[in-house]
Design a protein around this ligand. Structure first.
Ligand code: MG
Length: 391
């Protein structure tokens, strides 16, 4: 990765989302070390326009052609190349001048751009956990072919990565991801069922996008992260676990075979793991205040209740199943969460539908991106179908 002080070119996929905006804040804080060459966004052309003015990237992309045309008119005085669609995001991801690509599109629509980034053989800061869940084997294969270096951006995985930095994998007994427990951790099982969209979005610790906030409320997020960790760190299911830690200060724990437990602690702010993915193996000054543990006071830990959070239970099962199961698990969840956010279903319908559809999915071999996306699509249709029959 060059020297400590050489300038790096960054592409941010999902630049108008929560992780994307935090990444750009870090780049403006560390502007002597990093510059933006590419940005890809979904529909938020107004914010992308502001980002173009401020960061002057060479290439950008939006989801839709119509938005790209309007952006062209807005930026007529800039030299920026404007693309659109999946191909546009892939072009930004594979842009030859990139040194580091931050992959922060939410959901399976980040899969193709993530694979394009990995195929380019550069460093990929991975925040798009759904890609790893649905296509972990394929992404790892592509990375070993191209020489791409995948650095996790998810806070728990960044913590594990930092703990494992100088360790041998065979010395690891267990990797434990912590979970805040989300907004409903303290509620009884039956009181969780009918929570509203507003309550589910109201996360006690992290400020995040909508999809991941709902996933945190169902604890599906921790489930996805366990599967992500399996692929990122090449760990067997029996070495993975989750632990509730409401303060979200300890992000992960790694138990070594000699009884030592390593942990990574930091403020609850995604800018810390994002910055680490950019500067690794070096470290740079943070713009955030120091962690003050006497102010935090106590750090609590609880076992995760799998009866209360059945999607976490299903995730442990998914760890032991073949890839098809994780694809269906992820796709049914994305589809059900969308329906919940549109107020088409109740909160408890999310896990009822996801469990039903995932368990019904027939075992199949998955080899290519097309296989993955076809199964993803079929699974979503099954969810839509079940919702139509329910309501
Ligand atoms: Mg996380």
């Amino acid at each position: 990765m060059g020297s400590r002080d050489s300038m790096k070119n960054i592409a941010v996929l999902g630049s108008t989302g929560s992780i994307g905006r935090s990444t750009l804040e870090i780049i403006s804080h560390l502007k002597d070390s990093f510059q933006v060459v590419g940005l890809s966004a979904g529909r938020n052309k107004e914010l992308l326009y502001k980002q173009i003015n401020y960061f002057e990237p060479e290439i950008v992309s939006l989801s839709h052609e119509k938005d790209a045309d309007e952006l062209k008119k807005m930026t007529f005085s800039h030299k920026v190349k404007i693309r659109y669609g999946q191909e546009g995001a892939e072009e930004v991801a594979g842009y030859s001048k990139n040194d580091i690509i931050i992959s922060a599109i939410t959901g399976i629509k980040g899969l193709r751009p993530t694979i394009a980034a990995v195929r380019s053989g550069k460093r990929v800061g991975l925040a798009n956990k759904e890609s790893m869940v649905a296509a972990g084997a394929l992404i790892n294969k592509e990375a070993s072919k191209s020489g791409a270096e995948i650095i996790p951006v998810d806070s728990e995985h960044s913590g594990v990565f930092q703990c494992l930095h100088k360790e041998n994998l065979q010395d690891v007994n267990k990797v434990i991801l912590t979970a805040s427990g989300g907004p409903f951790f303290h509620l009884d099982q039956r009181d969780i069922k009918n929570q509203s969209v507003e309550d589910a979005l109201n996360h006690p610790r992290w400020s995040m996008g909508k999809k991941i906030s709902i996933d945190s409320a169902t604890m599906m997020n921790k489930g996805l992260e366990l599967i992500e960790a399996k692929w990122l760190f090449n760990l067997p299911p029996e070495k993975l676990d989750a632990l509730i830690h409401p303060q979200s200060i300890v992000h992960s724990l790694v138990e070594m075979r000699d009884g030592s437990v390593l942990a990574q602690l930091s403020l609850t702010d995604m800018k810390i793991p994002i910055q680490f993915a950019l500067t690794y193996p070096y470290r740079k000054e943070s713009a955030l205040p120091s962690l003050n543990l006497s102010e935090v006071g106590s750090l609590d830990f609880y076992e995760a209740d799998l009866n209360k959070f059945p999607l976490l239970r299903l995730a442990f099962k998914a760890l032991r199943k073949e890839q098809y199961f994780s694809i269906a698990f992820n796709a049914s969840n994305e589809s059900a969460v969308n329906a919940f956010l549109k107020r088409e279903i109740h909160f408890s319908d999310i896990w009822e539908l996801v469990i039903e559809v995932t368990e019904e999915t027939n075992k199949m071999e998955v080899k290519t991106v097309e296989d993955i996306l076809n199964l993803d699509q079929e699974t979503r249709e099954k969810i839509r179908d079940k919702i139509r029959r329910r309501y």
